[in-house]
Design a protein around this ligand. Structure first.
Ligand code: ADP
Length: 636
């Protein structure tokens, strides 16, 4: 639809909310509006350039891609112009009137969640999401956008003061591209207290700070007053443009990498690690990769933009190419530039591009090697990394097998009974193993305090055997998929038989009697447990439940249940502590009453008690509490 006359339209509610936020300016860092507008201009040029590869008419001779900044001092206006893709009438309504972009939506939501949050958090958020075009309302009280898409006769003018409505109409515009005029708020003029945005030097500084590596020249005219009152005009290119990755590593300061990363990948914090390399061989490429300090909030969600940016000789080819790194390294940001990439590279072609495969193998190796070095040389830093991205690496182990898994095992670290805060690698664990120890013990649970109190841990603690702590839901799945490390099997403290051969001789004396008792209890719990036996691991607790040796464990069952994936129940084994007074009591009941009702009831109670410790709710909580109450009443 096109309109002959101006239309007055209302903003979508979300958009207006966003605008209000901008207008009431919760950020002290208003200057980023320029970065956002320049990024949009640069994206728009990327788009038209890309389309022109298949449709050369689109450029219509206008192919010196540039971004122009200008200042109209008399009117306190700041102007930015590009010869990018522009927008049609409907595109303006869609793109500028509504927040289609999920990032902005999520931003809004996050912001509302922490309405009362400190300014710092808001800054963090804006860094994470970027709020694009609307940020111009932080410095302007009226924004005018005039744009023309390729092959259109007319342009479109959009205007708003951010007060709920905008005005849109067709206008004449001779060339393709977009002009945005900001009517600056008084605060940002030479009369105001904020940064004077009518000052060209200030603008130049901002461009160098935030937009230095933008691929297209950002130009502005500077005027100089001569001796005789005449003004001379000088056109300056404000940005450097020389891509950091083509320069030599030795010539680049850490600060430059950090700035580059923050600008290009829209992060507020510096990267944790930078990997920069140039390869000249069978394939030729340079790469600049970053490991962020913080995982983006949506890293596990579908809409996370995973992947690297591809360039071919400094020409942008595509963004978010996910073929270059395995899924478990999806947190890596960065770019790869190779003269071998075809500018027309489509995602289909990418699938089986040989060069790409070689590059991708190399990149993976590089990143993993860097992580291994970090683990060896800087444990504190590695722990930081692990806190943010460890789950992904474990996921990689879980989803892969063979060689692929092997590459990752030595990146694993876990807290353990040796030192919870220090975290141990598997190799370090094995080093510390007791002489006659032939398995790697682990326990699953909430946190340190919970697992250390588990009855199943008692004997291991007494024997001083080190136990790995699995606090992450994925841990046990990953270890199950791994099976062994260095030919040593993993063994859950909560599973099967621990083979710690500590049998109490006094029990063996009346073996038949005990045998019968256990059988009877098992009968009473036939629908709940696969076995009832004397425990070799309990010291002071009376009972515990353990999972069967193979298959699902109880903790895995819990995780799957949470994910709504019913994979059945874990095998449960009830273990009774033969040294406990409760066991003597059971024996006494059995000797005097035989397989009585009381024994049946006690069996069920035993099971409920053991389940409780495992974090399961008794099947019938009311019945359970009634029984306990009765016992208390009966007690002398
Ligand atoms: P984002 O850039 O994150 O998508 P914005 O709010 O900044 O969000 O912009 C919304 C959309 O408006 C862009 O995705 C783009 O389609 C369009 N747009 C913005 N600026 C320009 C421009 N200078 N030229 C062409 N299209 C633009």
């Amino acid at each position: 639809m096109t309109a002959q006359e101006a239309e007055e339209k209302k903003f979508q509610t979300e958009t207006q909310k966003m605008l209000d936020l901008m207008i009431n300016s919760i950020y002290t860092n208003q200057e980023i509006f320029l970065r956002e507008l320049i990024a949009n201009a640069s994206d728009a040029i990327d788009k038209v350039k890309f389309q022109s590869l298949t449709d050369s008419d689109i450029l219509a001779g206008n192919s010196d891609f540039e971004i122009w900044l200008d200042i109209d001092k008399a009117n306190n206006e700041f102007i930015i112009e590009d010869n990018g893709i522009g927008m049609t009438y409907n595109e303006v309504i869609e793109n500028i009137g509504t927040i289609a972009q999920s990032g902005s939506q999520e931003f809004l939501q996050k912001l509302q969640e922490q309405q009362a949050a400190a300014e710092d958090d808001a800054l963090d958020l804006i860094g994470q999401f970027g709020v694009g075009f609307y940020s111009s309302f932080m410095v302007a009280n009226k924004v005018t956008l005039i744009t023309r898409a390729p092959k259109q006769d007319k342009g479109v003018k959009w205007e708003s003061t951010g007060d709920g409505t905008y005005r849109i109409e067709e206008v004449d515009k001779p060339e393709r591209g977009t002009i945005i005029k900001l009517q600056l708020r008084n605060e940002f003029t030479s009369d105001g207290e904020g940064m004077d945005l009518t000052n060209r030097q200030n603008i130049q500084r901002l461009v160098q700070k935030h937009s230095n590596y933008v691929q297209y020249p950002i130009k502005m005219k500077f005027y100089e007053e001569g001796d005789e009152g005449e003004t001379t005009e000088e056109i300056r290119t404000l940005n450097d443009m020389r891509p950091l990755w083509v320069r030599n590593k030795g010539d680049i300061e850490e600060e430059e990498y950090n700035e580059f990363y923050k600008e290009v990948f829209n992060d507020w914090t510096e990267p944790l690690e930078v990997v920069h390399s140039k390869v000249e061989g069978l394939v030729k490429y340079s790469t600049l990769l970053f490991i962020p300090q913080q995982a983006p909030s949506n890293i596990f969600s579908e809409d996370f933009d995973q992947g690297l940016r591809l360039y071919s000789k400094n020409n942008f080819v595509m963004d978010n190419c996910s073929k270059l790194l395995p899924d478990y390294l999806r947190f890596v940001r960065g770019l790869v530039d190779s003269p071998d990439f075809n500018l027309n590279l489509s995602r289909q072609v990418l699938q089986d591009d040989k060069q790409l495969k070689i590059i991708s193998k190399n990149l993976k190796k590089k990143v993993l090697k860097r992580l291994k070095n970090m683990l060896a040389d800087d444990r504190e830093k590695y722990k930081k990394f692990w806190r943010e991205f460890g789950q992904l690496i474990k996921g990689g182990i879980n989803m892969n097998y063979g060689k692929e898994q092997e590459e990752l095992v030595d990146l694993l670290v876990f807290p353990s009974s040796h030192s919870d805060s220090e975290m141990t690698t598997l190799a370090e664990y094995v080093e510390r193993m007791e002489e006659d120890q032939d398995v790697i013990y682990y326990v699953t649970g909430e946190d340190e305090t919970t697992v250390e109190k588990l009855p199943q841990m008692e004997l291991l603690q007494e024997k001083g055997l080190e136990v790995l702590y699995f606090f992450d839901e994925i841990d046990e799945f990953a270890i199950n998929s791994l099976r062994e490390y260095d030919d040593i099997e993993f063994k859950s403290v909560l599973r099967g038989d621990l083979d710690l051969d500590e049998v109490d001789e006094s029990v063996e004396a009346d073996e038949d009697e005990v045998e019968e008792l256990l059988e009877d209890i098992k009968d009473h719990l036939a629908d709940k447990v696969t076995d009832v036996r004397l425990s070799k691991r309990l010291k002071s607790s009376a009972v515990c439940l353990v999972s069967g040796d193979a298959g699902l464990s109880m903790s895995m069952e819990k995780v799957l249940e949470k994910m709504d994936q019913n994979m059945g129940q874990a095998q449960r084994i009830l273990e009774i502590n033969p040294q406990h007074d409760l066991f003597s009591k059971l024996k006494k009941i059995h000797v005097t009453e035989g397989n009585s009702d009381r024994l049946a009831e006690y069996s069920k109670l035993l099971y409920s008690l053991a389940s409780l410790v495992e974090g399961f709710t008794p099947e019938d909580p009311v019945e359970f509490s009634d029984k306990i109450t009765n016992l208390m009443v009966e007690a002398k």
